[in-house]
Design a protein around this ligand. Structure first.
Ligand code: DX5
Ligand code: ZN
Length: 225
């Protein structure tokens, strides 16, 4: 299985965001994870489409490889902002099904705008909605913390939920990424992979250290074990 590391720039130095994105891309990131919070769905406020548009040209490795911009919407309502992020250059757009009144319609809207569409599940949210829309989903994102802040501790029940999501993805026969977000570091990433995840968000574990490449290499070494 191909494993992807998706650094969350929520924990980057916002005063030097473009530089930080380039640095983490050069350090071996596969996707750039972009957390959007609206002080309504979650009790915090972060970045909008203008910031996504500004950093998009920086989502690139030194060899010129462009990295997907992975937008995680923690907003309610969803639709208008999803479209604004599609226009701003998002490659993947994920939303929380409980934040959209018409989940099927929102998935279609995102895909119609040319992006991959993802559903995000909070620690206490069941996966049931997948029974009805898995044919329209490109990404399942399991939250291993309650959304709103970086630097929280990993919630272990996310491992069971990741296993359950993997089973549903296999049963669907579709090409769907399974991403886990919150409290991931080099010490627990292997357990997350063993539960079936293929994509790993890490914010504070990477940006909280001076050497991003060393952290990402340590994560990859664990994944390769
Ligand atoms: C939380 C965000 C996460 C967060 C991860 O609401 O969705 O992406 O930034 O940060 P760490 O890795 O520090 O838990
Ligand atoms: Zn996130």
């Amino acid at each position: 299985m191909t494993h992807r590391i998706a650094p969350s720039i929520l924990s980057a130095d916002f005063a030097r965001l473009g530089e930080e994105v380039r640095a983490v891309a050069a350090a071996g990131a596969d996707w750039i994870h972009f957390d959007v919070m609206d002080n309504h769905y979650v009790p915090n406020l972060t970045m909008g489409p203008a910031v996504a548009q500004a950093i998009k040209p920086h989502c690139v490795r030194p060899d010129g490889t462009a990295l997907p911009l992975d937008v995680h919407l923690m907003v309610q309502p969803v639709d208008d902002l999803a479209l604004a992020f599609a226009k701003a250059g998002a490659d993947l757009i994920s939303f929380h099904p409980d934040a959209s009144t018409h989940v099927d319609r929102t998935l279609q809207l995102i895909q119609g705008a040319g992006c991959k569409a993802g559903l995000v599940f909070n620690p206490a949210t069941p996966l049931d909605v997948l029974d009805w829309v898995i044919d329209k989903v490109d990404l399942v994102l399991i939250m291993s913390v309650n959304p709103g802040f970086g630097g929280q501790s990993f919630i272990d029940s996310a491992l069971r939920k990741t296993e359950a999501a993997r089973r549903r993805i296999e049963a669907s026969g579709r090409d769907i990424r399974l991403e886990v977000d919150g409290g991931i570091n080099a010490d627990n990433i292997r357990r997350v992979a063993d539960a079936g995840a293929d994509t790993f968000v890490a914010g504070s574990a990477i940006f909280g250290r001076p050497d991003y490449a060393a952290v990402i290499a340590a994560m990859r070494a664990e994944l390769a074990r």
